[in-house]
Design a binder for this molecule. Structure first.
Ligand SMILES: NC(=O)c1ccc[n+]([C@@H]2O[C@H](COP(=O)([O-])OP(=O)(O)OC[C@H]3O[C@@H](n4cnc5c(N)ncnc54)[C@H](OP(=O)(O)O)[C@@H]3O)[C@@H](O)[C@H]2O)c1
Length: 250
């Protein structure tokens, strides 16, 4: 794979994705690691990682004007090549219940998990993904050709509708269910353009979001995710898979 962009890469699953990608024997030539404050205190761990790997390029990504700036920054590094893989990882959780949920918390979840992550980001990076898909000698669908991976969650599955009483999380679940619909629509629309779209559930992972109670380490989850990504093909575009490659009902 020539190039990958990971959002929310200053901590948690995003930081570990960048770490493992950069350390891999088949490391991508360019790893674009985006976060809100690459130069601020929250970007420290990512800056330290980038200092060890020239393949990692830090890119600031906050809102729409900065997405356009990010596209230009990425384009200048790619020098006429396309972007192979876009991993929409940045996300925000919410524990609001049916009684406590309000429109502001609902909007905040949708703004980050659906509008920011998917509507704006995918629209702006689509030309670079299309360029990668048209690359010489590339056939079929794969993450090394052109792909959008949306980091989703099992609790956003309408089919499963897991543990509502223990973890109502209305804004989080609803926004991830909407994200899942976007994944399916994009998979159908972009298949013929050579772009794969898949949703991945990383498991319940020890991060700021997953908390210390989670059973999975971030290293373990990300190792699984990267193995799954390497196996994706036209058979698994429009799929919702967990970090072990098992199918999750939409
Ligand atoms: N951890 C789990 O158990 C679990 C389970 C299922 C799914 N997931 C999914 O996995 C993904 C990563 O989660 P994580 O556990 O690594 O979470 P995390 O440790 O809380 O990290 C979240 C990342 O998203 C970024 N982010 C949050 N709100 C943002 C916004 N409005 N604009 C831009 N970036 C924003 C954060 O940046 P800042 O540092 O700037 O806030 C941070 O980089 C999420 O999509 C989440 O839904 C996680």
């Amino acid at each position: 794979m020539g190039s990958v962009l990971v959002t929310g890469s200053n901590r948690g699953i995003g930081l570990e994705l960048v770490r493992q990608l950069a350390a891999s024997p088949q490391a991508p030539q360019h790893i674009f690691a985006t976060c809100r404050e690459p130069d601020g205190p929250s970007g420290k761990a990512l800056r330290e990682l980038a200092a060890q790997h020239p393949s990692i390029k830090l890119v600031q990504l906050v809102s729409l004007p900065s997405i356009q700036g990010a596209v230009q920054a990425v384009e200048s590094h790619l020098k006429g090549q396309g972007l192979n893989l876009l991993i929409n990882n940045a996300g925000v959780s919410s524990h609001a219940t049916l009684q406590s949920v309000d429109s502001q918390e609902m909007l905040a979840a949708f703004t980050t998990n659906v509008i920011g992550a998917l509507v704006s980001l995918c629209q702006e990076f689509l030309p670079l993904l299309e360029k990668a898909a048209k690359g010489l000698g590339k056939e079929g669908l794969s993450c090394s050709r052109a792909a959008i991976i949306n980091v989703s969650t099992k609790v956003g599955s309408i089919g499963l509708c897991l543990g509502v009483l223990e973890a109502p999380m209305y804004p989080y679940r609803a926004s991830k269910a909407a994200q899942n619909m976007m994944t399916r629509c994009m998979a159908a629309e972009l298949k013929d353009k050579g772009i794969l779209c898949t949703a991945i559930h990383p498991g319940w992972v020890k991060t700021d979001m997953g908390t210390e109670k989670a059973p999975l380490t971030v290293e373990h989850s990300v190792r699984g995710i990267l193995t799954v990504l390497a196996s994706l093909s036209q058979d698994t575009t429009d799929a919702f898979l967990d970090w072990k490659g098992n199918s999750v009902p939409w």
